[in-house]
Design a protein around this ligand. Structure first.
Ligand SMILES: *Cc1c(COP(=O)(O)O)cnc(C)c1O
Length: 417
């Protein structure tokens, strides 16, 4: 096998996930289709989780990166908890059988009914992002006659050097609370009958490859935890968020999770805290691909367009962030290449999956795989242009099964009666 990513590569000229040729899935379920590999999910989860084996920890998978219940079940079996940002995600995590005591709940705009749901289910902690939210949480806890375990999401003001839309730990960002304000809130909570401060949280951004910034943030937050202890606030859980990057270009090296651990583990060990981690992209990103079919090859002067059957409604990242997704053919082609744009069928000029990319010479009816699509792929898909969302498939060894059926035309209008 000529390997591209763990569990993904060419065998006899055909692209395989584990022991299944992807063409077989495309022909069986139609396109576009998201395909995930159990083996790859296991590989990335274990690579990450084992880097922290020296310290009590829980790896809470960020559900927003891939929320399919069957994917969550695979991760649950490996020991994962869940990092959630809505009641819908808590519901999915519980449906997958994830222990509520391994679920954390973040987000800047939680509604009262969402906090109620979370407390009723007995999740590990609510990661609070404002003073108003803490008061709402207290009210909800009182209504339930049940103490609310919480952490405050602090904003450590570090620059993760990533895309501005996914930088969240700078003081200009809407996320988190300053140390000064957080200190006041912990002091308030200590006196409250209904609030139970159990942790501290930060999350500085996404697709971060410079692990030193995690260390910088962790140290700042650890100093703060010491201050909190001096006023008697017990901080058991030290939640460092997610954000470790992946290699979107197969030829580039991936930052080992060990390097993240070297930054964080010593800091948290010294505090004697239980470490919480919230990786999303890192676990699911390179465990999934999107398969799409070339509908038309359009030539104009010296430009070639591959018009494919997946659009920005199916995969939003290129249009949203100008993100790079590597593209390969499902059948290995001769070495001759052409520079082409890969575009979708949506009525928007921004509906481009790859711009001026050197690609194999493809014909109408050929299949391509958009790589690194396991994170923020399907979860960001929409019905824009009234396009039913794609199917999702899970590969396990020699087998594959549909884990979400392709939407139908009647699904599109099901709620309009
Ligand atoms: C998005 C998010 C994550 C996951 O980010 P990745 O880059 O996918 O690891 C973790 N924690 C919080 C609070 C988030 O908002």
């Amino acid at each position: 096998m000529r390997k591209i990513y763990p569990e993904l590569g060419y065998r006899n000229g055909e692209l395989y996930f584990e022991n299944v040729p992807l063409r077989k899935i495309a022909e069986n379920t139609g396109t576009p289709v998201y395909v995930y590999s159990r083996g790859a999910l296991e590989y990335w989860f274990n690579e990450f989780d084992s880097a922290f084996s020296d310290i009590p920890h829980t790896t809470c998978f960020a559900v927003k990166s891939n929320s399919n219940v069957h994917v969550l079940k695979v991760l649950k079996e490996l020991g994962a908890g869940a990092d959630t940002v809505s009641v819908g995600e808590i519901f999915r995590a519980l449906t997958a059988g994830i222990d509520p005591k391994k679920i954390v709940f973040a987000g800047v705009g939680k509604r009262e009914d969402e906090l109620l749901f979370a407390l009723e289910k007995g999740i590990l902690m609510v990661n609070v992002e404002s003073e108003g939210e803490l008061r709402t949480l207290e009210r909800v806890a009182e209504k339930l006659r049940r103490r609310a375990p919480f952490a405050i999401r602090v904003n450590p003001d570090v620059n993760p050097k990533t895309h501005p839309y996914i930088s969240t730990g700078l003081k200009e960002a809407k996320f988190g609370i300053t140390f000064e304000k957080a200190f006041e809130l912990y002091r308030y909570a200590k006196e409250s009958r209904w609030l139970e401060p159990v942790g501290i949280h930060f999350h500085i951004g996404s697709q971060i490859t410079d692990t030193a910034v995690f260390g910088e943030a962790a140290k700042k937050v650890a100093d703060f935890v010491k201050e909190l202890r001096s006023i008697g606030a017990e901080i058991e859980f030290f939640d460092v968020g997610g954000g470790l990057g992946i290699n979107y270009k197969p030829e580039e090296e991936v930052v080992p999770a060990e390097k993240l651990s070297e930054e964080i583990t010593p800091v948290v060990k010294k505090l004697g805290c239980h470490l919480i981690l919230e990786p999303g992209r890192r676990i699911s990103g390179n465990a999934g691909v999107l398969i799409t079919k070339v509908l038309y090859v359009k030539k104009r002067e010296n430009k070639v367009f591959y018009v494919v059957d997946a659009g920005m409604n199916d995969i939003a990242r290129p249009a949203l962030y100008g993100a790079y997704h590597h593209i390969v053919s499902l059948t290995e082609r001769e070495s001759e290449t052409v520079v082409a744009d890969v575009v979708g069928p949506i009525c928007e000029t921004g509906d481009v999956i790859a711009k001026e990319r050197e690609l194999p010479i493809l014909r109408e009816g050929d299949y391509i795989a958009v790589l690194s699509a396991g994170a923020y792929g399907f979860t960001m898909a929409s019905n824009y242009n009234s396009r039913p969302r794609p199917a999702e498939v899970l590969v396990e060894g020699e087998n594959f099964r549909v884990i979400r059926q392709r939407e139908t035309l009647s699904d599109l209008i099901a709620r309009e009666f």
